[in-house]
Design a protein around this ligand. Structure first.
Ligand code: DON
Length: 308
């Protein structure tokens, strides 16, 4: 089991690689992040949580929320409903690509981890209003993280909403093809707010531990997500979690993981542990450079690849 000293050490080794990346700027509010930050938390199999670096620093979930939104959508609607509207195949295209929507018949997004798929999934959550859907999703995040103080960051949400031209295009395209049924502005309103849910790396590691524990709260053992849904989530994390770098990540790290453009990475360790990382300098595919490096160091050092 990893010790506090070992985690401190690995964070120090991974940190300089952040120089090779850049913070996301297409969402203006994210451009204010400090590119040199690197924070990591590990929820260990014995139920203890350790963390290193800027571990109290809040960051938004961004695409990491797609895993949680999918879980709730399947719990609300069942797998048949969800996968009639969104596919299960990885894509070699960037996370915000519109290309495949036009060339594939029917115009169903390839998977729920790319923006098109996640936008379709946000439409599926039960709730008559954006507020009701967001309230349900936040309550779910509170359960997963064991932290009822988690809220969304209004500045980041409105910054993204004002500049969501491409995501709006994806929505209008899917609305034309009946994949999206709700109002596009409301879909974008909910989507940008859920992407702006703010956590720190310790919260994220706790969420990873729930996934690693088959959907059970690691402290109380209460079931939060049914086991067969957790299996679906982890499979998507392996095949699509790091976008068009998922293949290379599977080779180098081999852990179910999900990244976000804030620099977040959520990871699960088969034996019951969770990993939460924040490193806002990204590579050209939108994944945290130092975060991926740190995941690789952890995987190699502790034999965490599920393929080993
Ligand atoms: O829709 C977007 O572009 C962002 N809210 C989330 C994208 C994202 O995190 C992609 N991740 N690497």
């Amino acid at each position: 089991m990893i010790t506090q000293e070992e985690l401190n050490h690995l964070v120090e080794i991974a940190k300089p690689t952040a120089r090779k990346g850049q913070v996301a700027s297409y969402i203006p509010a994210l451009a204010k992040a400090d590119a040199h930050d690197l924070a990591a938390a590990v929820y260990r199999e014995d139920g203890t949580l350790i963390s290193a670096g800027q571990d109290e620093k809040p960051f938004t979930l961004q695409s990491v929320v797609k895993v949680l939104c999918l879980a709730l959508a399947i719990m609300d609607r069942g797998t048949d409903y969800v996968f009639a509207r969104v596919g299960m195949e990885p894509t070699g295209d960037p996370f915000n690509s519109i290309g495949k929507l036009e060339t594939r018949k029917p115009a169903k997004p390839l998977n729920p981890m790319i923006n098109a798929g996640a936008l379709a999934v946000t439409n599926m959550l039960h709730g008559a209003t954006v507020q009701e859907k967001l309230g349900r999703l936040l309550a779910f995040v509170h359960d997963l993280a064991g932290n009822v103080s988690i809220v969304f960051n209004e500045t980041v949400a409105s910054s993204e909403n004002k500049t969501s031209y491409l995501n709006r295009s994806l929505c209008y395209f899917m609305k034309q093809h009946d994949i999206i049924t709700e109002d596009v502005d409301e879909t974008i309103d909910f989507y940008t707010k859920m992407c702006a849910i703010e956590v720190n790396c310790r919260d994220l590691a706790r969420i990873g531990a729930v996934l690693a524990n088959d959907g059970n709260d690691p402290e109380s053992d209460r079931k939060i997500i049914p086991g067969q849904i957790v299996r679906i989530l982890k499979t998507f994390m392996v095949t699509c979690g790091m976008y068009n770098a998922s293949g290379e990540f599977a080779m180098r790290v081999g852990m179910p993981a999900k990244s976000g453009v804030s620099g977040a990475i959520l990871g699960t360790v088969p034996a019951g542990g969770g990993i939460g990382i924040y490193g806002p300098a990204l590579d050209e595919k939108g994944n945290s450079v130092a975060g991926v490096k740190l995941m690789e160091l952890l995987s190699v050092q502790y034999g965490l690849s599920i393929f080993a």
